[in-house]
Design a protein. Structure first.
Lengths: 337, 333
């Protein structure tokens, strides 16, 4: 397998008045080139923090405490993104690694026309000053047709577009510099089902055509379940499970994954089978001892695991490239399917 | 006699922008809600779902038509009767943070309506009532939550508090406007089950407004579903039957667009049965059937004549060609 991003022991801290919150705790994971990866978890589980960590856009009071993010460029170089200076990172941000933010509708500048967004972005990253406006606009029109928008919207202001159209514009904008990796943070939240389907369909086609690596961050697994290759599950800042999507669905090795899959409302199967996970996620300032999911886990309730005695450090390989944080994963596999 | 009845309700909002005109948020809406009934209202954003909820709760006054409470027009009720109606119809909002006063503790916010409506004589009695309902909605122990401020609670907890607040004045109907769309997926089902339980236990009717068909099925398992498009009701039926056999082409597209988490259960829909994915301009609606510019099955009649609601398959639908559409989807499958 050809990795594109290797994240090693990434820790991101936020200083608050009442103590330090570790919003991303010792996350280690490899993303392969050309894959579509989904990261799921509840709000506050650290998905967006992880995305900001990769993009190195963490600002005070947050800071990256330790870890490495190794980026394999197309030429085969290996770069530790976290060691780069702000100026050096700017060469990679948006040219190689881009993002579509949560609530992207608010990302566009209301006083600039759509075409100015494209020109400004391209010019800012054009170090040789070779590009002309005409060339940029040609490229922009091509990208807009890729996201199924007409060329005329280049002359529109953001307020003249609907939410779904703005989201598509931003996807086009993020593809302008032909990046390697695109990080999509809740790309369809706040859009209704038909627009949501459309955006996912567009992204799927773009992936087919360009083979770009995509990383989806979302709390709603149903949106991405049928599109992604690999799926990671986050809980309280930790990555608790990572593996191929079929394995994670059919043979989860962490009881949180199982609970989450079982809690998603569905249109088809028996409604009595669906159950919410009991309890609430803990406060990140007062984390339970040992396993963080322990107080809500059915294994712990069954007496299989004394969650406060478990010391969790590394992820365990359960075979077939599936990784889990739960030492009792065999029991989980037996009972959850 | 039905609890609430809407007779030919129209609502239009004047547009004051460059393009003068009016947006018809509701057109000829007829709806009856019986005691203990659950109705799920679904549709895209901008189709008038929330406006409908607000008309039922008398936050918007209809431009035309009337709203009946126990058979009487709500704008012709005596003061006492109107108060009974107001207490009887409660709302649960989408944004639980905006719905609670950030400067007051939960107890301060929730005791006030009980005293105002003389459901409790003093603070102690009011607290007793709140304790009972907090236990009911799964906020245990209640004293832990009553002394907190809204920002100290999670979204799921705040949403439960809103439900407890609505329940505490013993309503007959709760209008729940996207109550779970801002709650984490892992907790959604427990809230939906809670509402279904309240419906069984206190015989409270629910209007559940949502754009998420998946959740509609959980709360309204034995109830009705109503599909809206551009301010019009276009289909209504028993929920299980409606999802199994959607009649209106718009509803068929809506059902097809709902993603399924587990890729083993269903594939990502390759295509949606729609000609266009964008809604028409609200100020400049098409002639005839309002859906025909997006409908893959349209014929000449659809461009000329707006279809009326008619009975079909145990429910009602507003489409000239519903029979053919249903047959087409069957053969495709």
């Amino acid at each position: 397998m050809d990795p594109i991003l290797e994240i090693k022991n990434l820790c991101i801290d936020f200083q608050t008045n009442r103590g330090i919150i570790r919003a991303c705790d010792d996350v280690s994971v490899n993303f392969n080139r050309g894959d579509i990866i989904g990261i799921i978890g509840e709000s506050g589980s650290g998905k967006t923090t992880l995305a900001s960590g990769i993009l190195k856009t963490i600002r005070a009071p947050g800071r990256i405490a330790r870890g490495e993010i190794l980026y394999h460029t197309q030429k085969g170089e290996i770069i530790d993104l976290l060691k780069l200076s702000e100026h050096e990172y700017a060469k990679h941000r948006w040219t190689n690694i881009t993002t579509v933010f949560q609530a992207a509708q608010n990302v566009l500048n209301p006083t600039l026309k759509v075409k100015d967004h494209f020109i400004e972005t391209a010019m800012a990253h054009d170090t040789d000053k070779k590009l002309t406006k005409k060339k940029i606009l040609e490229k922009a029109a091509m990208l807009l047709s890729q996201v199924r928008l007409e060329e005329r919207i280049l002359n529109s202001y953001p307020h003249q577009l609907s939410g779904g159209m703005k989201q598509r514009t931003i996807i086009a904008l993020s593809l302008l510099l032909e990046p390697d990796i695109i990080i999509l943070d809740e790309p369809t939240t706040a859009l209704d089902v038909i627009t949501q389907w459309y955006i996912i369909d567009i992204l799927r086609k773009i992936h087919e055509e360009t083979g770009i690596t995509m990383i989806f961050m979302t709390h709603d697994v149903s949106i991405i379940g049928s599109v992604v290759d690999r799926i990671g599950v986050m809980y309280c800042g930790q990555l608790v499970e990572y593996g191929k999507v079929e394995d994670v669905f059919s043979k989860p090795s962490h009881s949180y994954t199982f609970g989450l899959m079982n809690a998603v409302p569905s249109l088809k199967d028996d409604i009595t089978k669906r159950k919410a996970i009991t309890g609430y996620p803990p406060n990140l300032l007062e984390l339970p001892k040992g396993c963080r999911f322990g107080p809500r886990c059915f294994l712990s309730n069954d007496g299989v695991c004394k969650s406060e005695e478990i010391n969790i450090t590394d992820m365990i390989d359960v075979g077939n490239e599936q990784l889990t944080l739960c030492p009792h994963w065999k029991k989980v596999k037996e009972q959850c399917h | 006699m039905s609890l609430i009845e809407l007779n030919n309700v129209d609502i239009s909002f004047a547009s004051k922008g460059k393009k003068k005109g009016s947006v018809n948020a509701l057109v000829g809406m007829n709806l009856t809600i019986d005691e203990g009934e659950i109705i799920a209202v679904v549709g895209e954003s901008g189709c008038g779902k929330t406006t409908l909820g607000k008309v039922i709760a008398d936050i918007y006054r209809p431009t035309k038509g009337e709203v009946l409470f126990h058979g009487k027009d709500i704008h012709k009720l005596s003061k006492k009767e109107y108060q009974e109606y107001r207490l009887g119809v409660q709302m649960v909002h989408q944004d639980s943070y905006a719905a609670l006063n950030p400067n007051k503790t939960i107890a301060q916010s929730l005791i006030l309506p009980l005293l105002r409506h003389k459901l409790a004589k003093n603070n102690e009695e009011a607290l007793d009532i709140l304790f009972e309902y907090f236990n009911e909605v799964g906020l245990n122990p209640p004293e832990l939550f009553l002394e907190k401020y809204p920002h100290q609670l999670s979204g799921g907890q705040r949403q439960r508090i809103l439900l407890a607040r609505a329940l505490s004045v013993r309503p007959k109907l709760i209008v729940a406007d996207e109550p779970v769309s801002m709650v984490d997926v892992s907790l959604r089902i427990s809230l939906l089950n809670l509402m279904a339980k309240m419906n069984q236990k206190y015989k409270i009717s629910f209007i559940y407004i949502t754009h998420d068909l998946g959740t509609a099925r959980y709360i309204a398992a034995h109830g009705k579903i109503m599909v809206m498009y551009l301010g019009r009701m276009i289909e209504s039926n028993k929920i299980q039957e409606a999802i199994k056999n959607p009649m209106h082409p718009y509803f068929q597209a809506l059902v097809a667009a709902v993603p399924e988490a587990d890729s083993r259960r269903s594939e990502f829909a390759k295509e949606l049965p729609l000609r266009s994915l964008d809604m028409p301009d609200l100020l400049n609606l098409p002639e005839g059937c309002k859906f025909h510019p997006r409908c893959p099955y349209y014929k000449d009649i659809c461009m000329q004549e707006e279809p009326k609601l008619r009975k079909l398959n145990g429910g009602i639908v507003a489409c000239h060609r519903a029979e053919e559409c249903m047959k087409k989807t069957e053969t495709e499958e």
